[in-house]
Design a binder for this molecule. Sequence first.
Ligand code: HMG
Ligand code: MG
Length: 302
Amino acid sequence: MIEIVEVGPRDGLQNEKRTLTPEQRFEFIKHLSASGLKRIEVGAFVSPKWVPQMEGSLQLVTEIYRRRDEFAKTVQFSALVPNVKGMLDALTTPLKEVAIFGACTESFSKKNINCTIAESFERFEQVIAMARKHKRKVRAYLSVAFGCPYEGAVPEKRVIDLILKLAKLGVHEISIGDTIGVATPKQVRSLLKKLKSRLPLTKVAMHFHDTRGTALANVLASLEAGVEVFDSSFGGLGGCPYAKGASGNLATDDLVYMLEGMGLKTGVDLNKLLSYSARMQEEIGHKLPSRTAEAGVPRLVT
Ligand code: HMG
Ligand code: MG
């Protein structure tokens, strides 16, 4: 079984021009759960001045737990937390998992969370200590691992050092992000080959953006290296507001299509998942980039 971490309600919607209401986001998440997705990142406890699209995440998460019986029992929710303030919000809810997020370059760190990499690790330690005390799991993202919109190429050694540093903090999983969709399979293979001897790849998730059409090729390279957790976004919604050109998260629909076609189980009902595409297109006011949403599911794989 391959684990998919659905990031559409967060990474997807945070980059849309139209802000969806917490009620619209709630219905979307209900649909994702009903389609068989087991891990869903539902929002972000970040500053609404920085990312207005995520405003109301506290209200949304509270509502999800108030109406928990409307979601599959097995589904696990998480949300982004950048600092102590965000963690204090998360702790007012029963959320069992939060995600911290850092970057491989100083420029991206500054643009995204307004601090240096060293300062971000100080914040992570504070958040992790709070999470540990309250028995919440912590996932970590590491952005711009294959290239930065401000600094260009990122040294592989620096990426590995940061991944190991995050692992040392005690997070349960590290999601390695190709934030601007520049990675190629050669880079992915090389990074994972070197990482493998230092960290079990069961602790790693890959987070690809399909900005230049290489996301599925990068998934394949990661699968071959032994990675079993992938982040993706319904319909290919989204990107990152602090990375110009980062549109196009890998679409969950395209990922599920490829994995199931390869005989790898995801637990996702693809036709059910796609039945929300038209509604989402109407809500965000434009076409979704997913190829599978556009072309449909052929009979041979249903
Ligand atoms: P800051 O301005 O340096 O924060 O922002 P501050 O501590 O100086 O506080 C300034 C104001 O923000 C204060 O309010 C605080 O209360 C408030 P004021 O007094 O001015 O009214 N504030 C908050 N409000 C709500 N929630 C909070 C919070 N913290 C402070 N948690 C901060 C620092 C980290 C808050 C800001 O930079 C921020 O929110 N950044 C988030 C950016 C973001 O969400 N980016 C997108 C996610 S990352 C991504 O997409 C990449 C990923 O997908 C992986 C990949 O693709 O690579 C994960
Ligand atoms: Mg992302």
